[in-house]
Design a protein around this ligand. Structure first.
Ligand code: NAP
Length: 284
């Protein structure tokens, strides 16, 4: 579609693919942990980072599927350096086990546990560390107050409107987390960046699993949504591109800087969420 072709100031557009955005970039010597690597955007991100020479750790909850995906990629890219490790982000025990194995609450706990290793690696290698949170434009559909801290674990499956707000809240948390993390890293003077992004509306299994209506969107979506090669472009851009060296605490879409919602820019809310998550993940 023509609207997909409009380029932003980075020189890339919604139709740019992950391969195009990383063209000519040598990722040899870098290591990336990709969560959700067994399917959709995570799988394509793994493939393209591996194509550029990055050593990729696929963090997956089902290692049998993970190994099948790895074999598929290695068949295409024989030199790909990929490892599969088990990680269920809904289990604190699994996150701790993963982080311990890697020597190194949900995404929050994982990042916290890996941060010291990242800091040491960045200091030793003189290479910038990059943390990329996959959020969504849906963060703009979160509750009016942003995060409902008192109802964080409420089951919202049966109410379409509430489910959308709940999903929006989780995606808002991704933006706020990257923002607060970035602020802390800047304060410490550590060469690690943290950004968040909207990948676009991408035809993946995510929509198919959600609901009957989402299934219909999935069916017709093939004709007006991004394909997975385009959907992984912004993650790969933020992970590898020299244009974003030193850029931190920002929100991106279509490989360009984008506007997040007002709650997403609320530094007090970000701090409150940080303290809340810390207390949940590492209770005193
Ligand atoms: N597709 C879109 O249009 C769209 C738009 C905006 C934002 N996003 C965001 O993009 C990200 C990736 O979505 P996608 O479209 O690529 O979806 P997907 O194809 O369904 O992939 C989701 C991945 O996450 C993994 N996963 C789910 N729960 C997990 C858990 N508890 N622990 C570890 N891994 C878990 C899944 O593993 P299994 O294979 O084990 O299920 C799968 O590999 C999501 O954060 C989503 O919110 C997507």
């Amino acid at each position: 579609m023509w609207i997909f072709e409009r380029k932003g100031s980075s020189g890339f557009s919604a139709s740019t693919t992950a391969e195009e955005v990383t063209q000519g970039i040598d990722g040899t010597g870098l290591t990336a942990i990709v969560t959700g690597a067994s399917s959709g955007i995570g799988k394509e991100t793994t493939r393209v980072l591996a194509l550029r020479g990055v050593h990729v750790i696929m963090a997956v909850r089902n290692t049998i599927i993970g190994k099948t995906v790895k074999d598929e990629i290695v068949k295409e890219i024989s030199v790909a350096k990929i490892e599969v490790m088990e990680l269920d982000l809904s289990s604190m025990a699994s996150v701790r086990k993963f982080a311990a194995e890697f020597e190194a609450t949900g995404h929050f706990l994982l990042t916290n546990l890996l941060l010291d290793t990242m800091k040491r690696t960045a200091a030793k290698s003189h290479l910038e560390g990059r943390i990329v949170n996959v959020s969504s434009v849906a963060h703009k559909m979160a509750y009016h107050e942003g995060i409902q801290f008192n109802k964080i674990n409420e089951d919202a499956r049966y109410w379409v409107r509430t489910a959308a707000k709940k999903y929006g809240q989780s995606k808002l948390a991704n933006v706020l987390h990257a923002g607060e993390l970035s602020r802390r890293l800047k304060e410490e003077g550590v060469p690690i960046t943290a950004n968040s992004l909207h990948p676009g509306i991408v035809v993946t299994d995510l929509l198919r699993h959600r609901s009957f209506f989402a299934g219909i969107i999935f069916g017709i979506g093939k004709y007006f949504c991004k394909n997975v090669h385009q959907g992984a472009a912004t993650t790969c851009y933020l992970a590898l591109h020299p244009q974003v060296k030193g850029v931190s605490g920002e929100y991106f879409s279509d490989c360009n800087l984008s506007q997040s919602s007002s709650p997403a820019k609320d530094s007090e809310l970000a701090k409150k969420l940080w303290d809340f998550s810390l207390n949940l993940a590492i209770p005193k």
